[in-house]
Design a protein around this ligand. Sequence first.
Ligand SMILES: Cc1cc2nc3c(=O)[nH]c(=O)nc-3n(C[C@H](O)[C@H](O)[C@H](O)COP(=O)(O)OP(=O)(O)OC[C@H]3O[C@@H](n4cnc5c(N)ncnc54)[C@H](O)[C@@H]3O)c2cc1C
Length: 473
Amino acid sequence: MWRERGRMNLVDLKTALRGEVIQPSDTNYDDARKLYNAMIDKRPALIVRCVDAADVIACVNYARTNGILLAIRGGGHNGPGLGGCDNGLVIDLSRMRSVRVDPDSKTAQVAGGCIWGDVDHATHPFGMAVPSGIISTTGVGGLTLGGGIGHLARKYGLTIDNLVAVDIVLADGSMVKASESQHEDLFWAVRGGGGNFGVVTSFTFRLCPVHTVMAGPMFWALEDAPEVMRRYEDLITDAPEDLNGFFNFITVPPVPLFPEELYMRKVCGVVWCSLADPETTRKWLQPAQNWAEPLLVGVGPMPFPALQSFFDGLYTPGLQWYWKADFVNGFSEQSIAEHVKHGSQLPTMHSTMHMYPINGAVHRVSPSATPFTYRNSKWAEVIVGVDPAPENALKITQWARDYWQAVHPYSAPGGYVNFMMNEGAARIEATYGENYAKLQQIKSKYDPENLFCVNQNIVPLAKGEAGLESKAA
Ligand SMILES: Cc1cc2nc3c(=O)[nH]c(=O)nc-3n(C[C@H](O)[C@H](O)[C@H](O)COP(=O)(O)OP(=O)(O)OC[C@H]3O[C@@H](n4cnc5c(N)ncnc54)[C@H](O)[C@@H]3O)c2cc1C
């Protein structure tokens, strides 16, 4: 394949592109550089709104041949703002949003800049879905490459467990397909290793049969939280895999969906999603209504895309976010006490703690089959301090840090990469654990100069240490 070797200048780049180039002097620059997390303020030198793989290749060649910092933006949701960078080039994939469903093979081809709402919209009429996250505005790119945890995890696994292939532009400007039978090492690495290996211009996913779900929240008073947590653990450990439910501490938002007497009350809850029929679901959830007197039972039938956008109105772009995460193997009386103490002190209405179950189908895949090392844990826990007001940034950050410090001793060493801020190399190594060395080998083969470094970075081995054949071989 032909590859760009010489240095490319800005005129060459603009000539090669069909997509828009945005620079600091442009009137739409401030809008274009905005990230979902308003706590992060980055000022790239260039933003290119790529429209196809050719544009992506041109950008990769331009950044590499000029030694320019390169960031990849999918949905722009990343907590520490890894979809942007200062003074470098941002490959913005938000113009690449097509989804093609193939009902015969039960697969969907999803362009690299799609958000999950695009996928849900396209697959729902076929009675199908791809397991993803819990918000429709999150990017397919970042969520998938980090793993992907959501309502369908217990039944159908992580998003990466349903990934069939990727088209990916590599650091040298070449483009390959990676799958179980092509560039298998690369395919292993992209299923959890983040944006470290290249720019994915297209994802092919296996579709799962999902249409209408029985879903919604149950709330209980905070004083009932210890008992609810104990009983929730018992239920979700062995529940039928058609039933999912994530535990949370929340402040009930003042919206007509909820009874007025609950507005702004801090509660604990579980958001359920059942694939079974209404009667079976009610039978499964009946015991939960006896854990303690619920303040609200809001479970009912809804189309899956409605569940996927349930929280979109609450978590709009432009809020301040601070993230902390861990994998958790089980509750103890001490960990419950710490959760109840800190969960009762949610500092703002949007701040929350979620425990996403990753048992069931996620456990049936070996921890070494993909880089998602802690898949044998029971939950991926996320603590997020969130608020619209920049003046509350310190308050929400401190709360999330204190909460995490208190519960981390009862957790696994690592957390889900997509729920972390910039926490340093040791934390990334702890998160990948025994898979880190293999990730480093593959990184050294496909991106030895670390062109793709604006991410939860896997550091390539120094030259001579890699011990693998070169990619071109
Ligand atoms: C409100 C909210 C809810 C969330 N809920 C969930 C959830 O339920 N489950 C879950 O698993 N996660 C969830 N997340 C976390 C989410 O997975 C991460 O924030 C993820 O990084 C978002 O992906 P993105 O494409 O939107 O991000 P971006 O900021 O655009 O990118 C994030 C990282 O991914 C890389 N990247 C993105 N697209 C590509 C691509 N096409 N090719 C190569 N690299 C790429 C970027 O280089 C960057 O390092 C949530 C986040 C938010 C803000």
